[in-house]
Design a protein around this ligand. Sequence first.
Ligand SMILES: C[S@@+](CC[C@H](N)C(=O)[O-])C[C@H]1O[C@@H](n2cnc3c(N)ncnc32)[C@H](O)[C@@H]1O
Length: 268
Amino acid sequence: MNIDNIKQAEIWCADAFDKIKDIPDHSVDVILTDPPYNLAGYSRGNIKMSWRADFNNDLADWDRDIFTPADWVAEFTRILKPTGNLFAFTSYNLLGAWHQAFDPVFDTFQFMVWHKTNPAPKLRKAGFLNSCELIVCAWNKGHVWNFGKQNEMHNFIETPICMGKERTKDPKHPTQKPVRVLEHILKIGSNEGDLVLDPFMGVGSTGVAALNLDRRFLGFDKDAAYVEAARTRLKEVSGQPMLPLDAPAVRVGAGETDKCGTAAHSLQ
Ligand SMILES: C[S@@+](CC[C@H](N)C(=O)[O-])C[C@H]1O[C@@H](n2cnc3c(N)ncnc32)[C@H](O)[C@@H]1O
């Protein structure tokens, strides 16, 4: 993979575990990602409603494969620049595993909280609403850090969940992140022109935030429908067509296709 050829964005329909191996050493400025949460085992499925359609309480199929943070330490540290930052959304059950794997290899390990002002209701009123998500943050000394005013730098951000026009309809992604949250993180942890990687990009929300802020983006997802939605969104943000990588005009990764059978795409 020729990172220097990414002028705006490049996305691949691929298994991140394989594709990340194509990224050169110390070439990525920020990893901002949202991998699976291992929550599927806790779900009791959709809730039956007598007066309306079932209430969606189930998790996506992609969350049924076990995600192990320790499996990603070697590749994340290999591809990140020494000044790079890692941000990863996670859930309560995996926070310890992230800490155990990443705290020993980074100088600093912290976390942020994203508070959702309109989380899904708890219909049975048993337990708290799931109104918070955690974001693991890790870096080494000398990392890029655009510190704002003290009161802007709480490890807490509050926004509604992704809604309205921002939310992709076909396909719907059950955990699409609001661009506002991602932009907040990228403003703090990267500079214009930096390369942002999201190896679990879903419908490309990190890519939209990156392009909005004049960062460059590299994204993977193993689901072809999500990759197609990401392609549409990135094209809209840039106002330019997103060309297949095997198009002669682009000459990046010529001839390469991925497991999903969908060509990778590039915005030049
Ligand atoms: C939590 S979602 C990310 C959602 C994303 N932040 C968004 O706003 O659309 C995790 C994504 O990881 C993808 N995924 C899971 N395992 C993967 C793997 N091994 N390689 C690539 N993508 C994977 C899933 O298809 C899913 O879209």
